[in-house]
Ligand binder design. Structure first.
Ligand code: COA
Length: 303
């Protein structure tokens, strides 16, 4: 199986012109597999030309058979059209993707991805869990300890304190710990940003930030191949490791979940690293269960 018709060497390139055909391919794979093979922000980056793609053109460039996508230094994302599988295309794309990016995501860690990873001597090096629970949530009675008050985020006032605590709380996290002032500004400019759903635990008196819970509402997407209802997310929950007060995570998580329920949402979700045992325990106590496993695979000889 060759990756391209004879005379056209395979090459990574930016592909805003091919974005519509690739979106159709990604939708078809998502509908067949029950999980989107390419994440939302990577799909946006294909459309804007910010990502590089390697396309398996199949029979015609308007109807691509598979794609690997590379964005910045992140693990690549790969999919093959459901009706073009088991023809060696995934193997070629994943091999090229790992050569370029060093790693590849497998959203949902489906049996085909596991089998292909094993055939290519790739091993799981990161497991990101998506956990969910129904809303509303019964009152759990978590109260802030003495000397701590919960208030909501005030744009224009709380950014620097938030970024400081976020960097400390997520010092070892591959993405969240890197958030800076401009990245925060971009998120706050999004339609979904809602300061009333962004809770801060502060000292009282003193108003020193100790911990935060930033919630995010994903609107329903009834159209398309993979329709979903609205979802409320525990987007970022972080406690300053220097705060020295236990229980702030539970207090803030409950407050945010009650807020999402008040907004009429019937499902809450969150993402957590599987090896973050304290966080997984906290979410299990709050009634969350694993909904989906997302795995980063790397060659066995790499760390
Ligand atoms: C994973 C995926 C890319 C494989 O694409 P593909 O073109 O079907 O894969 P290939 O034909 O190159 O398969 C190569 C090897 O992977 C393994 N494999 C692939 N699909 C398999 C399946 N459904 N069951 C068992 N083994 C499978 C086999 O070892 C296969 O070799 P073989 O056909 O000689 O037995 C495709 O199923 C897909 O798009 N899945 C959704 C997105 C995803 O999970 N991406 C992450 C990739 S790590």
């Amino acid at each position: 199986m060759t990756l391209e018709p004879a005379g056209e060497p395979a090459a990574w390139h930016a592909a805003p012109d091919e974005a519509a055909a690739l979106a159709a391919l990604i939708d078809a794979a998502a509908a067949a597999d029950g999980v989107a093979p390419i994440s939302g922000h990577v799909r946006d980056a294909v459309r804007s030309g910010a990502a590089q793609v390697l396309i398996d053109p199949g029979a015609s460039p308007d109807d691509p058979a598979g794609v690997a996508v590379a964005l910045a230094q992140d693990p690549a994302e790969v999919t093959v059209a459901p009706d073009r599988r088991r023809q060696g295309r995934g193997r070629s794309l994943v091999r090229a993707a790992v050569e370029r990016q060093g790693a590849v995501w497998a959203y949902g860690d489906l049996p085909a991805a596991q089998a292909l990873a094993s055939a290519l001597n790739l091993r799981p090096t990161r497991v990101l869990l998506q956990m969910r629970r129904p809303l509303p949530i019964e009152p759990l009675g978590y109260q802030p300890p003495a000397g701590v008050r919960i208030r909501t985020f005030q744009p224009g006032r709380d950014e620097d304190a938030f970024l400081r605590v976020n960097a400390r709380a997520f010092a070892s996290h591959p993405e969240q710990g890197r958030l800076d002032r401009s990245g925060l500004g971009e998120e706050m400019a999004q339609d979904w940003f809602d300061p009333n759903g962004f809770f801060l635990a502060v000292t009282d008196p003193g108003d020193e930030l100790l911990a935060f819970h930033w919630t995010k509402v994903h609107p329903a997407e009834p159209a398309g191949q993979n329709p979903t209802g609205a979802l409320g997310e525990i987007y970022v929950l972080g406690v300053d490791p220097a705060a020295g007060i236990r229980g702030l995570g539970s207090v803030l998580a409950e407050r945010g979940l009650q807020y999402l329920a008040q907004r009429g949402l019937d499902t809450a979700l969150l993402y957590v690293e599987s090896d973050n045992a304290p966080a997984v325990r906290l979410y299990e106590r709050l009634g969350f269960t694993v909904f989906q496993r997302n795995v980063v695979y790397r060659p066995t000889n790499q760390g």
